[in-house]
Design a protein around this ligand. Structure first.
Ligand code: NVA
Length: 313
């Protein structure tokens, strides 16, 4: 069966560790792998704004000796001008892999069904699994391990980052705590999936409304914007709903003394995080942003290898 990376639990705990290990090796030796040499092309399609993802995938594909092919989603109009299955078959017949940032997870799944090549989730409304791999790489670099650590996410519990932290953190054997208002709880199905994974890895998942309790003794504190791409019309209601969910120095003081702070960026200083924390000594956000490159190169290299193995079988 063809392998894709559409959500964090598309890989087993052992496979996640394998990808993170490959990412660390590619960080130490950036040109150690060239699975796209030939050259092969990777389509990068963006239906939503992007900076880090476009940069890191473009550089990453080039460093894997392939050619990145950037598709402007606003021009391609996938799903409106042409159906997702049609686009999948047109692009899929010409490239080695497809990386897509879009809205509906179901559209990404349809792309994977029809593309005939591996498809990678570069963010949907529901998940952002590449970001979580970069975060896990960053945490492992700073803490020396993942399993057994407590990772607390403060903010919108119903967004893509919260969902991916639940699944990806549980896969890594971490204790994942989500602090979010009652009206922004994670999707119940995703939470149940994460709890099931945590049972097998020794991790745990917990959703709280109290930020202080959630941050208590945590090894890692993370947050994300309160207003995700596509939710711009809800900005004022969200700013009101998330009052009290800012990661500030007082909240960081509840965490373990050596706790680190991560944010997928872009950050809105004064809303989900204060400048003092974002720009402070516990923040590792620039390592995190760089690690998108290494993590995504590893995902692409790993997927291409896995699919080669699959076709040989
Ligand atoms: N939750 C954010 C993540 C940005 C990387 C969004 O979807 O806009």
């Amino acid at each position: 069966m063809r392998r894709h990376f559409l959500r964090d639990d598309d890989v087993t705990p052992a496979e996640q560790a394998e990808i993170l290990d490959l990412a660390a090796r590619l960080k130490a030796d950036r040109f150690a792998a060239s699975p796209l040499a030939g050259p092969k092309t990777v389509a990068l399609i963006f239906d939503k704004p992007t900076l880090r993802t476009q940069t890191s995938f473009t550089v990453g594909v080039a460093e894997l000796q392939g050619a990145p092919f950037l598709v402007d989603g606003t021009k391609a109009q996938i799903g409106t001008r042409e159906s997702v299955p049609d686009v999948a078959r047109i692009i899929g017949r010409q490239v080695a892999a497809i990386v897509w940032r879009t809205y509906a997870q179901s559209d990404l799944e349809t792309m994977a069904e029809y593309a005939g090549v591996p498809v990678v989730n570069a963010l949907t409304d529901d998940f952002h699994p590449c970001q979580i791999l970069a975060d896990l790489l960053t945490i492992a670099e700073h803490k020396g391990r993942l399993a057994g650590l407590t990772m607390t996410y403060v903010g919108d519990g119903a967004n893509n980052m919260a969902h991916s932290y639940l699944l990806g953190g549980a896969t890594a054997g971490m204790h994942v705590r989500i602090a979010t208002p009652a009206a922004y709880q994670p999707d119940a199905g995703i939470l149940a999936d994460a709890a099931r994974i945590a049972e097998t890895t020794g991790g745990s998942v917990e959703v709280l409304t109290d930020t202080t309790a959630a941050a208590a003794g945590a090894d890692v504190i993370l947050t994300d914007t309160w207003v995700s791409m596509g939710q711009e019309d809800e900005k004022s209601a969200r700013v009101e709903a998330f009052a009290g969910y800012t990661v500030d120095a007082a909240l960081m003081a509840q965490a373990a003394p050596e706790a680190i702070f991560l944010h997928c960026l872009p950050a809105y200083r004064g809303y989900e995080v204060t400048s003092e924390v974002l720009d402070g000594p516990q923040s590792v956000v620039w390592d995190e942003a760089e690690n998108r490159l290494h993590a995504q190169k590893a995902v692409l290299a790993w997927l291409l290898e896995k699919n080669k193995e699959g076709s040989d079988a």
